[in-house]
Ligand binder design. Structure first.
Ligand SMILES: NC(=O)c1ccc[n+]([C@@H]2O[C@H](COP(=O)([O-])OP(=O)(O)OC[C@H]3O[C@@H](n4cnc5c(N)ncnc54)[C@H](O)[C@@H]3O)[C@@H](O)[C@H]2O)c1
Length: 447
């Protein structure tokens, strides 16, 4: 089938490459000229495992192309996806101006001779956005065009997006138009995955409800971690015990610095705003947000308790991205941590396997953050190390090397990556989340 994707970012590019991989002909459109030029030059502007290879393969096969022209996308795609940003506004509600603009652009490019087109919302949008997209296209399109509207929320996880798209747990799409649903079924047929077909409103709600539930799981385990710290329990054991129950599951029960990224914070906020606008104050989700925000405060309290004042302290920060296996630093808790410590006068040197370039460009840190040459170099002379992102290389760090580089061997592990006993046995003072502090044997201090 022929399809187009308007918006070639994390979602649009990965989705486009995966649709091409299963045999469709895909046109990816973006209004960012620099980004499209990079793609035309054979470069992939984001880091996502396996993506660069997939893009190169499908461009060569002639199934994937890039353009800045929405009109070209509308001409070439029987199915037209919208995958543009839906950022939060001051009050938490969703800024739908990107969606509205694209809907108008699509409308103005549609022609009766193109025949029936499906316009599919893949961006995460409030319930009833599909209706608005339909109204907008009807208002601006020339007479005689035929189209349907569908919602197809995206559940990919950055860091394993290619795998998630090629082998999804489920595919959800909804429309109130049978012709649109038939095309969507054909489009997704090659994926061989469970498909849930709904009305358009339910499909829209599924995305916000799913992300809010995952955020809720994270805040829940972080709240339990506080009880562990106060009672001497070990959150890792507690999470394991809870997660072994099939009804609950172990995933998203990792205590730490809380959730960040471009989706959870904005989607929880949006779901609260949507619910409120519909007359239901979703207080449960307000608590989820509250726990998440205070998780960083509590962690910084621990750091201050040990270092007393942060001014002039040399702090090594491992991790800048919002999670492992991505270069994405949007709403990253690690970046927030760096900003807060720098504001208190700390001298922070950071390292991240993929996030240094993106942090320099989008981290809002200017020259206030120093970047190490590698993960060990940033430890030189440090008073403390903070682990803020769960990259595997941090979990497998050489503790001897680490200790020899630091001024004082002190680790605050915001992701519970290291084993407390192993670290303490190396003579390193170790604090994590929801687990007792582990202090080295007296004999090994300073050894
Ligand atoms: N990133 C994720 O993990 C993820 C997962 C699921 C859903 N989503 C949702 O998908 C949507 C897109 O997210 P993203 O992370 O891909 O964003 P992104 O910022 O990486 O990409 C959006 C792209 O849209 C382009 N764009 C904006 N206006 C345009 C226009 N008028 N015409 C053409 N291109 C335009 C931008 O230049 C950008 O390249 C959001 O609603 C997000 O909530 C994201």
């Amino acid at each position: 089938m022929k399809l187009s994707i308007i918006g070639t970012g994390y979602v649009g590019l990965t989705t486009g490459a995966c649709f091409a991989e299963v045999g469709h002909e895909v046109t990816c459109v973006d209004n960012n000229v620099e980004k499209v030029q990079m793609l035309l030059d054979g470069k992939v502007p984001i880091y996502e495992p396996g993506l660069a290879e997939l893009v190169a393969k499908n461009v060569t096969a002639g199934r994937l192309k890039f353009t800045t022209s929405t009109a070209e996308g509308v001409r070439d795609g029987d199915v037209i996806f919208i995958a543009v940003p839906t950022p939060p506004q001051e009050d938490g509600s969703v800024d739908l101006s990107f969606i509205e603009k694209v809907a108008r652009e699509i409308a103005e490019s549609l022609k009766p001779e193109y025949g029936y087109r499906v316009i599919v919302d893949k961006s995460t949008v409030p319930v009833k956005t599909g209706q608005k997209v339909g109204d907008t296209v009807r208002r601006y399109a020339p007479a005689g065009v035929e189209f349907g509207v569908a919602s197809n929320p995206e559940f990919l996880r950055e860091g394993c997006a290619v795998e998630d798209l090629l082998k999804p747990d489920r595919i959800v799409f909804g429309s109130n138009d049978e012709r649109a649903l038939a095309l969507m079924r054909r489009l997704y047929d090659p994926f061989n995955a469970p498909i849930l077909v709904t009305d358009i409103e339910s499909a829209e709600l599924i995305k916000h409800a799913a992300n809010s539930f995952l955020a809720l799981k994270i805040s829940y385990i972080n709240a339990v971690a506080r009880i562990c710290e106060k009672s001497g329990g070990d959150i890792e054991k507690v999470a394991e015990g809870i997660g072994m129950d099939k009804r609950i599951g172990r995933s998203f029960l990792n205590a730490g610095l809380g959730y960040g990224g471009s989706c959870f914070p904005k989607d929880v906020k949006a779901f609260i705003a949507i619910s409120e606008s519909l007359g239901y104050p979703f207080d449960l989700l307000k608590q989820v947000e509250h726990i998440n925000a205070s998780q960083l405060d509590l962690f910084l309290d621990k750091v201050r308790e040990k270092l007393w004042v942060l001014r002039e302290k040399k702090i090594a920060l491992w991790g800048l991205t919002f999670k492992q296996n991505t270069d994405d630093v949007r709403e990253s808790v690690a970046i927030k941590l760096a900003q807060r410590m720098i504001a208190e006068g700390a001298d922070v040197t950071a390292w991240d396997p993929q996030g240094v370039t993106t942090a320099r460009r989008f981290g809002n840190l200017g020259d206030s953050l120093t970047y190490g040459e590698d993960m060990y170099a940033c430890l030189d002379g440090a008073d403390a190390l903070i682990i803020a992102t769960e990259w595997p290389e941090f979990a497998n760090a050489d503790l001897n090397e680490l200790k020899s580089r630091m001024r004082s061997p002190l680790i605050f592990d915001g992701r519970n990556l290291l084993d407390p006993q192993t670290v303490a046995a190396q003579g390193i003072e170790y604090y994590s989340v929801g687990r007792a502090a582990h202090l080295p044997e007296p004999a090994s201090v300073g050894s």
